[in-house]
Design a protein around this ligand. Structure first.
Ligand code: SF4
Ligand code: SF4
Length: 375
C-alpha cells in the first residue's frame, strides 16, 4: 500500500493554481460533504503509531506530502529514523531540498519535484526565483549522490505549451530530467472555469501538443531505443500493450494509495483533507491492508467508453463535482484525445517491439508513485 503522509498544511510558495485559486474560491463548499476545518497544521500524532501502522504491511510505501513537507525536515528525519517502511518518497516544491542532509535524501526511492518547464513559465506559475532555486537543488542532490528516480512534476494550464515544455525538461543545458509527469489544473476549484479559457486552450494548444508529444515519444524509441518515462504516455501505453481491462483509478486514490492527515485520520487522497464523510479510520487502530476502498462510481464515469483506460481520472473531482457537467466534459475530451494519441502510436510501438528495438519491460514503471497517469 502507498500512503501520503501529510506533514503540514503550510507552504513556502503561493502558486497560481493553488494559493491563487484558493483566494478566488474562498468560502466555497463541497456539495454535501462536511469539512473539518480544525485539523492541526502539523503532525500531532505519535510517530510510534505510524511505525506500528506501517509494520502491518510489509510493502508499505510512505510519501511525504504537504503543504510543503520539507518545512518539516525534522519530522521527516524522525520518521525515516523510526518508522519501518519499505520505501520513502517525497513530493516537494524543491525549494528546501538542500536543507535535508544527503544521508536522508539519498534514501528516497523517488523524489517528485514540482517544476513546470523552463524558467519563464515556472516562475510565472510559481513565483520569481523558484526555477533557479529548484534547479540548483536538483543539481546539488545529484552531486551528493541521489540515485533514485527524480520526476519533474508539472502542473499544466493555459500558459503551457505541453510539447515544448516537456521536451525542454527532457533535454536542456541546465538539468535534463529522465522522468516527467504532468497534471492538468482542471476540476479542482469551484469558479475557475468561468474566468479561464480552458476549452479553447485544450483544443488549440494542449491536445495538438499531446499528439505531437506522443509522436516524438515513439520517434525517440525508433532513433535510440529509449522508452522515455513520460508518465501519462507510459501508463496508457502499458495498459494498451498488456491489454489491461477495467483499470481502477490510476493514481490509486481510495483503493491502494491513501493519505494520512496530520491528526492521523486516513483519507482516500490528500485533496480530500478534512472531508469527514471519507474518513476511513485512524492509524491508531486501522490495518493498512483492510481499509475500506472507495471507487469512482458516479456519473459521468459510469458508462464512459474510456473508463477502462482512464479509471475515472480523479476521485476528488468526481465526488466534489466542482466543475459543471459541460466543463467536466471538456476535461474528459482531453482524456479521450490523450488515449487516442497513444493508441495511434501503438502499431509503431508494436513494430519496434517485434524488431527488438525496444522491450516490453521498458514500459514497466512503479505504479502509484504519485504520478496519476491520467492528467
Ligand atoms: S474520461 Fe471522464 S467520464 Fe470517462 S472515465 Fe475518465 S473522467 Fe470519467
Ligand atoms: S488524481 Fe484526484 S483522487 Fe487521485 S491523487 Fe490526484 S487529486 Fe487525489
Amino acid at each position: 500500500m502507498f500512503f501520503h503522509v501529510i506533514l503540514t498544511t503550510h507552504c513556502n510558495l503561493q502558486c497560481r493554481y493553488c494559493f491563487g485559486e484558493s483566494l478566488e474560491d474562498f468560502d466555497e463548499g463541497f456539495n454535501d460533504a462536511e469539512v473539518d476545518y480544525d485539523l492541526p497544521s502539523k503532525v500531532n500524532y505519535n510517530i510510534d503509531l505510524l511505525d506500528k501502522f506501517s509494520r502491518k504491511d510489509p510493502e508499505c510505501i510512505l510519501t511525504f506530502y504537504g503543504g510543503e513537507p520539507l518545512l518539516c525536515a525534522d519530522k521527516i528525519k524522525q520518521i525515516m529514523d523510526n518508522v519501518d517502511a519499505k520505501h520513502f518518497m517525497i513530493q516537494t516544491n524543491g525549494l528546501l531540498l538542500d536543507k535535508l542532509e544527503p544521508k536522508y535524501i539519498n534514501r528516497f526511492h523517488t523524489i517528485l519535484v514540482s517544476i513546470d518547464g523552463e524558467e519563464a513559465l515556472t516562475d510565472y506559475y510559481r513565483g520569481n526565483g523558484t526555477f533557479r532555486k529548484v534547479l540548483d537543488n536538483v543539481k546539488l542532490i545529484k552531486q551528493n549522490g541521489f540515485r533514485g528516480e527524480l520526476i519533474a512534476r508539472m502542473t499544466v494550464m493555459e500558459r503551457t505549451d505541453i510539447y515544448k515544455q516537456v521536451r525542454w525538461l527532457l533535454h536542456n543545458d541546465e538539468f535534463s530530467f529522465s522522468s516527467v509527469h504532468w497534471q492538468l489544473n482542471a476540476g479542482f476549484w469551484e469558479n475557475d472555469y468561468q474566468r479561464r479559457n480552458f476549452e479553447q486552450w485544450s483544443q488549440t494548444g494542449y491536445i495538438p501538443g499531446v499528439k505531437q508529444l506522443a509522436r516524438f515519444w515513439v520517434d525517440q524509441m525508433e532513433k535510440s531505443g529509449a522508452v522515455l518515462k513520460l508518465y501519462p504516455l507510459l501508463g496508457i501505453a502499458y495498459s494498451l500493450l498488456h491489454n489491461e481491462k477495467n483499470c481502477l483509478l490510476r493514481c490509486g486514490g481510495g483503493w491502494i494509495n491513501y493519505a494520512i492527515q496530520t491528526d492521523g485520520c486516513i483519507i482516500p487522497c490528500p485533496t480530500m483533507w478534512g472531508m469527514k464523510k471519507y474518513y476511513l479510520g485512524h492509524i491508531n487502530d486501522a490495518d493498512p491492508l483492510e481499509l475500506r476502498k472507495i471507487f469512482v462510481n458516479q456519473q459521468p464515469c459510469i458508462g464512459c467508453s474510456n473508463l477502462n483506460v482512464c479509471g475515472g481520472r480523479c476521485l476528488y473531482a468526481n465526488v466534489t463535482k466542482r466543475w459543471s457537467d459541460e466543463a467536466y466534459g471538456k476535461v474528459c475530451n482531453t482524456v479521450a484525445e490523450l488515449v487516442e494519441a497513444v493508441k495511434t502510436e501503438v502499431p509503431r510501438i508494436q513494430r519496434l517491439l517485434k524488431e527488438g528495438k525496444i522491450k516490453l519491460n521498458d514500459f514497466d514503471y512503479i505504479k502509484y508513485n504519485g504520478c496519476e497517469i491520467i492528467p
